[in-house]
Design a protein around this ligand. Sequence first.
Ligand code: LLP
Length: 409
Amino acid sequence: MQRTEPQNYLIQGIDPIQLTEQFGSPLYVYDGGTIRRKVAELLHAFAGINMKIKYACKANTNLAVLKLMREIGVELDVVSPGELEMGKLAGYNASQITFTPSGVPFEEVREAVETGAIVNVDSLPLLEWFGQTYGNTKPCLIRIKPNVAAGGNIKIMTAHADSKFGISVLLLDQILEVVKKYDIKIIGLHQHTGSDIKDAEPFLKVADILFETAKHFPHLEIIDLGGGFKVSYLPGDAITDMDLLGEKISERFKTFCKEYGRELQLWFEPGKFLVSESGYLLVKTTVVKEDPARNFVHVDSGLNHLIRPMMYGSYHHILNLSNPDGALKSYNVVGYICETDTFASDRELPEVRKDDILAFLNAGAYGFTMSSNYNARLRPAEVLIDNGQARLVRRRETLEDLLQTQLGM
Ligand code: LLP
């Protein structure tokens, strides 16, 4: 969103306030142009090697977003049968989809394999089951836990020794034993370090661990380094330097392929990097309360729509679209849920009045997909703006939607 004139924030030339008038509030809005730009940035950074993007769609599963990804050559990483189904509905062939489960019932793995998706096996018991069930008839990747701690906060670090994800690299002997026992066709090694990783260093460290581990698997085709690139939540925030990362990883990857004796594919599974910046949660202010301790701004939304600030203490920049030139005042921006759902504390905003429209930035990743019906509240509608056109891509929920699974009457 660029600020063109003092009064005007526009997304591809479209006034977001007008979108709330047309589609109601609260409203998720995604800028398809930003998604295209982020994909291009990533491809550019790794242009010198055989790199594939597997979008971690847990970040945003709107079918229009998935379709856009498919149209621009991005493949998919899914974590559940539901995401797998959404990928197929968006037009993906199952062979373009990787299933990265985390301790799921093995039946879900069977479903994914039988549909043609490739699985990242994340535990020794699953590897054993995979071998017993498929022998060498189906390929899979192994999710390694490299025991590297990196990420924005402990809740989103997934590769340290205490993390539940993957098979510890220290168990390599046991992995090899099971692989040998069933002659399992291991075509790749996978790992995901965590989210919000700024520096190249952790990525290089885990890449080296996977390259080293790869020497024990003679038939690999893929090294998958996961996602986790840091995006800018705060204006001016330091983010992952993709060109630098691309240069460093590509160099090591080329050396590794030479030593390994074969051209492999390098996969990344970004979520945030591709969609965070594209999204806005537009809300309307319901009550402005001047309390002796604080000024509170309540909005027609809460942790049921955007839980990141409450769950991780995440910063989301807020714009007052209705009064951009107002005098700055300090506010606690809070939701309408009966919990302390504080979006922002002591935030300076241009003076906020009742019925102003505020925009939460960076709401494209882990916004709607982490939403809930807590307090029997309904989920917002979603709009995608692409090629200058705004399109409703999810209708607002209704009370009927909420009640349709209730059988207690
Ligand atoms: N690959 C795997 C196996 C993952 O588990 C994840 C994220 C990704 C890729 C994508 O990571 P990203 O590029 O989006 O950082 N809800 C949290 C983030 C949790 C991420 C979970 N796994 C947040 O809103 O910060």
